[in-house]
Design a protein around this ligand. Structure first.
Ligand code: GKE
Length: 344
């Protein structure tokens, strides 16, 4: 039986990917610094390892045929705009040690999860952005250390294929969201953050939520189930160049908030405040995706946010009950802690 490793299996996409691959009948090892936060892993074997360390990557890839390399120190704009040194250091160590240990241990296929953050800021200055094609990554000017580390690792993957024959695949995520993802504590991305804010406002009988910037900045958002299908199709394909994986429907953050409010069945007012905004506009050009994968993401933003809101609303209420009962449940990021009277 083929033996598959998912690094980052304690994180949002990695945890879902383990379950997806198990349903496909694969034998799966998960490896991460931590176990999944919200439910047990479906992995056949889960290795708690610091993958910045070479010896741990050797252990993780021991006896492995295929690697899905998702481990990364990452988060939404609130995190990656303010932790450049640790992101560049931690992720460079993880990426270099993981791919080299995979090669050393004779892995046959290796998929690396890159990001839309590799695209140049100069192509993302207008909310009405031209959808980004894969070749638009050059001339390079990635956003933040996170973007540079992703772009450099793309090249590492290409060279490991050319020099060592390791079949590498490279996918660029465009803001993946869904249940079981980070929704509080500072690393959350916009979909989860807005779900939390709407849920908290509703819990407190308020209608105002805070949005970073003027809310006219634009993105496209891809639901987790489409992300998993795209990752799997790419790994099974013979396509070796970087490939976008995302939705190509552009929405403003204000529109995103309105869709969340509709999912919650409430009306909201938006208070626009200062906050890290990243690029002004970003969208995925899915031409190559459709050609290569003979498929494209199909779950609508409304349906994805409905499912995500339902789950985050449950988390918010459970956290509120824990705090109200005085039991544990302290949340990492005081500025977003679930407490009566706050919706920031
Ligand atoms: N996280 C967050 N929280 N973003 C907010 C909030 C909030 O409460 N309110 C408004 N925004 C705005 C941000 O200012 C930004 O302009 C937009 O939503 C999207 O923020 P994001 O989801 O945190 O991250 P970005 O799409 O800018 O960048 C992310 O892109 C991913 C790949 O598509 C990165 O942070 C990585 O998670 C990843 O590379």
């Amino acid at each position: 039986m083929k033996r598959v490793l998912v690094t980052g299996a304690g994180g949002f996409i990695g945890h879902h990917l383990v379950s997806y691959l198990k349903k496909k009948g694969e034998w799966v090892r998960g490896a991460d610094l931590k176990y999944p936060e919200y439910e047990p892993s479906a992995a056949d074997d889960f290795a708690l390892l610091d993958l910045r360390r070479w010896e741990n990557c050797l252990k993780a890839t021991d006896g492995i045929d295929e690697v899905y390399a998702l481990a990364a120190d990452m988060g939404g704009m609130g995190f990656i705009s303010a932790h450049h040194a640790e992101i560049l250091r931690n992720n460079s160590l993880i990426n270099i040690h993981t791919i080299d240990a995979a090669r050393e241990n004779g892995a046959k296929r290796y998929l690396y999860t890159s990001s839309a953050c590799v695209y140049p800021e100069y192509r993302q200055t207008d909310p009405n952005v031209t959808p980004l094609k894969e070749e638009d990554a050059y001339p390079a000017q990635p956003q933040d250390a996170y973007g540079w580390e992703k772009l450099v690792t793309e090249h590492l993957c290409i060279h490991y294929r050319e020099d060592y024959g390791l079949e590498t695949r490279i996918v660029r995520f465009h803001n993946i969201f869904g249940p079981l993802g980070t929704w509080d504590g500072g690393r959350e991305k916009a979909p989860a953050a807005l779900c939390r804010k709407v849920s908290l406002a509703r819990l407190n009988g308020q209608s105002e939520i805070e949005i970073w910037g003027d809310g006219e900045q634009t993105r496209s958002f891809c639901y987790i189930d489409d992300c998993l299908e795209g990752i799997y199709r790419l790994m099974r394909s013979d396509y070796r160049e970087p490939l976008n994986l995302g939705q190509d429907r552009l929405v403003t953050i204000n529109q995103l908030a309105d869709i969340v409010a509709a999912a919650a069945g409430v009306s909201i007012t938006k208070k626009h405040v200062a906050g890290p905004q990243g690029v002004r506009g970003r969208n995925s050009d899915n031409t190559r995706l459709r050609e290569v994968l003979h498929w494209e993401p199909e779950i609508t933003l409304e349906e994805g946010l409905r499912r995500t809101y339902l789950w985050i609303d449950q988390q918010v209420r459970a956290a509120d009950r824990r705090i109200a009962s005085g039991s544990s449940g302290t949340l990492e990021n005081p500025s977003s802690a679930v407490r009566r009277g706050s919706a920031s």
